[in-house]
Structures are given as structure tokens and as C-alpha cells.
Write a protein that binds this ligand. Structure first.
Ligand code: HEC
Length: 160
């Protein structure tokens, strides 16, 4: 009889613990299920992006990926603002220039090749196309990496 009073609190605490533990289990199992659901797509996309990177890596020296990179850079670097698919009063088109003869402001002509295109981008004042103002930004030599210049050249050469 003396032991009876303490039993109630013990039982209540016991039941309370049992409920709390049960809730914890439910919450944990929900989280487990939820994370296994949400993990599946991310692990899938991870492995597919890894595959894409694996596919990309060998293509790095592939001319067609250089051309695509160059096309994106041509837009990002603002070349499109002046160079369109036809000559304009602002700038000559770069379509079909590779291998062609270009008349320069100083009266000479140049046959367009990678070296000339490189110079046109990195040192635009070196040779000016006849009939145009030398308005090309001078900052590309600071802003573009060698690889980016290579990609731009590949793109410009691909323009028919
Ligand atoms: C603000 C206008 C402008 C921008 C921007 C510009 N250019 Fe030009 N570009 C010109 C003009 C004008 C010429 C012709 C005069 C000269 O030779 O500088 C030219 C000439 C060239 C030439 C030589 C073309 C030829 O027929 O001989 C190349 C190559 C060229 N630009 C590439 C580029 C690339 C690549 C970019 C972007 C990274 C670019 N340009 C950005 C105006 C621009």
C-alpha cells in the first residue's frame, strides 16, 4: 500500500515515453522514406551528369564542341552586337571570311587565317579593314582565355 502512489507517475511517464518513442519511430521512418524517394532522382541525375561529363571530356578537342563554345562566346562577348550575317555600316560580317582576301585601311590586303583572326580579336588596331572605323573593344586580350579565343576562331571559321 505504501508503494502504490509512486506507481501512477511511473506508468504515466512510461506511457508518455512509449508514445514519444512511437512518434519518433513514425517520424524517422517517414523521413527515411522521404529521403529515399528524394534521393533516387538526385542520384540518378548525378550519375547522368557524370556520364555527360565523361562524354564531354573526350570531346574537348573535338572541333564541333569548340564551334559550339565559340558560338556561345560570340554572344556572351558582345561580338553579335556588331558582327551580323551580312556587312553593315558598323562592321563587316565574319561569314565566309576564312581564306578570303580582305582589303585593309593601309592599302594592303591580307588573306584571312587563324593568325589574322587572332590578331583581329586580341589586337584590333593592328590591322583595320578598309571602310570601317576601328571600334572593336580593346579589352578582349584581358577578358578572353587562349582557349576561348581558339573557340571563337573555330566558330568564325565555321561561318559560311
Ligand atoms: C563595337 C563593335 C564590334 C565588336 C563588339 C566586335 N567587333 Fe570585330 N570588328 C568591328 C569592326 C568595325 C571591324 C572592322 C574594322 C577593324 O578591322 O577593326 C571588326 C573586325 C573584326 C575582324 C576582322 C574581320 C575582317 O573581315 O577582316 C574579326 C575577325 C573580328 N572583328 C572579330 C570579332 C570578335 C570575335 C568579336 C567578339 C569577341 C568582335 N569582333 C567584336 C567591330 C566590332
Amino acid at each position: 500500500m505504501v508503494e502504490e502512489p509512486p506507481k501512477w507517475p511511473v506508468r504515466i511517464i512510461g506511457i508518455g515515453l512509449a508514445i514519444a518513442f512511437g512518434l519518433l519511430l513514425v517520424v524517422l521512418s517517414f523521413q527515411g522514406a522521404a529521403s529515399s524517394f528524394s534521393n533516387k532522382p538526385t542520384s540518378l541525375s548525378n550519375s547522368s551528369s557524370q556520364k555527360q561529363e565523361q562524354k564531354k571530356a573526350p570531346k574537348r578537342n573535338n572541333p564541333s564542341s569548340d564551334i559550339r563554345r565559340g558560338e556561345a562566346l560570340f554572344e556572351e562577348s558582345g561580338c553579335v552586337a556588331c558582327h551580323t550575317d551580312a556587312d553593315t555600316p558598323i562592321a563587316p560580317t565574319l561569314h565566309g571570311i576564312n581564306g578570303s582576301l580582305v582589303a585593309l585601311e593601309d592599302g594592303t590586303t591580307v588573306q584571312v587565317d587563324s593568325a589574322y583572326i587572332t590578331e583581329s580579336i586580341l589586337d584590333p588596331l593592328a590591322r583595320i579593314v578598309r571602310g570601317y572605323s576601328p571600334i572593336m573593344p580593346l579589352s578582349y586580350k584581358d577578358d578572353l582565355t587562349d582557349k576561348e579565343v581558339q573557340a571563337l576562331i573555330a566558330y568564325i571559321k565555321s561561318l559560311k
